[in-house]
Design a binder for this molecule. Structure first.
Ligand SMILES: [Ca+2]
Length: 403
């Protein structure tokens, strides 16, 4: 081959290979992380922010359990049991959120989000670990931080997590029903349909928490000052990228589109004038309305024009920053609750550069592997929490396929 032709081929190869290379997602699979442990609707998993390496799981029924230190262990430890308060009455109610205070190792504080009735409401409470036993919560230590009235049983949001700024973020849905029938999504003077940000370590006026001065609407009397972002339908799982600090949030759609958002301070995410990138409903939005689009949407039906496979209810995950699977680093993991499909996307310099299926839907499983949540430990390893009673972890399939 003449050198000039070789050069041409080489150039052509590089030209073709470059974008394909950038678009590639690694081959990964799932394996059961704790083969001997079966859980009842696990909704949250995290590691204690101390040196004990204890992994905690919150179940929808109101229990917080400590998983066995040995992966093949059989026994969980009950850290806290709130089942006597019956938080889980209807499908989307329950113990939905759990968070350790960033200084838990010193102050022993942690937080729960759970549902209560009469009146129907969401409760965000602070608890402490018991003085004599690090594996047991002191139930009597409860301090109610916030109670949010709920008009219905669904679209509760429910995650509470501390951001890299040390403030507590609380995700709340629109209050339930179809089409935002209670009219909360674009209402400014309600806590519903919002991402909130509060300071659990200070107090503002007679509140049981402080309002950070840098919250976006503290000077706008039309808004509740807790508001960080708004226009959300049912934000179901958000996370901060351990590397960039970006706040990823999945928002469950209604009839057609599921969406992944990057939450920005003060942003209005469009519900119920928008569903994903699309217009929703027949009313025109106010002339001054500015809606932020998601970074990605996926459809409910294959007939919808898109290059993304279908699903029915999004579950947000994490940008993988672990050590075990280097080729997965930087991939945001998300799933469909109904189908059990897991996808990955790369979001770089303000755009999604690739997305695709990582773990396809598994047909014929009984019970089905509905993916209700993800979890992350202190070293950035990501777990999958499913309603088939299992906790999964990712495994690399790169080497297997190379053989
Ligand atoms: Ca939206």
């Amino acid at each position: 081959m003449k050198p000039s032709r070789l050069f041409l081929f080489a150039t052509l190869f590089l030209f073709l290979a470059q974008p394909l290379f950038a678009a590639e997602l690694p081959k990964v699979g799932l394996r059961v992380a704790y083969p001997e442990v079966k859980l009842k609707r696990p909704l949250w998993l995290c590691e204690a922010p101390d040196k004990t390496k204890r992994i905690f799981v919150a179940q929808q029924d109101g229990k917080v359990l400590i998983l066995p230190a040995d992966r093949t262990g059989t026994n969980t430890i009950t850290f806290l049991d709130l089942t006597d308060r019956k938080p889980w009455e209807k499908n989307e109610e329950g113990l939905l959120g759990f968070a350790f205070h960033p200084k838990f190792a010193k102050n022993g504080k942690f937080y729960l989000y759970y549902s209560q009735q009469k009146p129907q409401r969401s409760v965000v409470s602070e608890f402490r670990v018991s003085k004599g036993n690090p594996n047991e919560a002191d139930k009597a230590s409860e301090r109610i931080v916030m109670e949010i009235p709920q008009p219905d049983w669904n679209h509760n949001g429910g995650q509470i997590s501390f951001g890299p700024d040390g403030y507590l973020y609380i995700a709340l849905g629109d209050g339930g029903g179809h089409n935002d029938k209670y009219g909360n999504s674009q209402k400014t003077d309600t806590l519903l349909a919002k991402m909130l940000r509060i300071d659990v370590d200070s107090r503002t006026d007679d509140l049981q928490y402080g309002i950070p001065r840098s919250n976006p609407f503290v000077k706008d009397k039309a808004f509740r000052p807790e508001t960080w972002a708004w226009g959300l339908r049912n934000p179901w799982r958000f996370s901060f990228d351990k590397k960039t600090g970006e706040l990823y949030c999945a928002d469950v759609g209604q009839n057609k589109w599921e969406e992944i958002n990057i939450i920005k301070k003060g942003g209005n995410y469009g519900w119920n004038f928008r569903e994903g990138f699309e217009e929703f409903g027949t009313n025109a939005p106010p002339a001054n309305a500015k809606f932020l689009d998601p970074i990605l949407e996926y459809p409910h039906f294959a007939t919808q024009t898109t290059n993304h496979t279908v699903g029915l209810s999004v579950t947000g995950g994490y940008v993988y920053r672990g050590k075990k699977i280097p080729e997965l680093r930087g991939v945001y993991l998300y799933a469909d609750f109904v189908m059990g499909t897991i996808w990955g996307l790369r979001y770089e310099k303000g755009e999604v550069t690739t997305h695709g299926v990582l773990v396809p839907m598994q047909k014929g499983l009984n019970p089905p592997r509905q993916i209700a949540s993800f979890g992350e430990d202190n070293s950035g390893e990501v777990y999958v929490l499913a309603y088939d009673h299992r906790i999964y972890e990712f495994e690399s399939l790169q080497k297997v396929s190379a053989k």
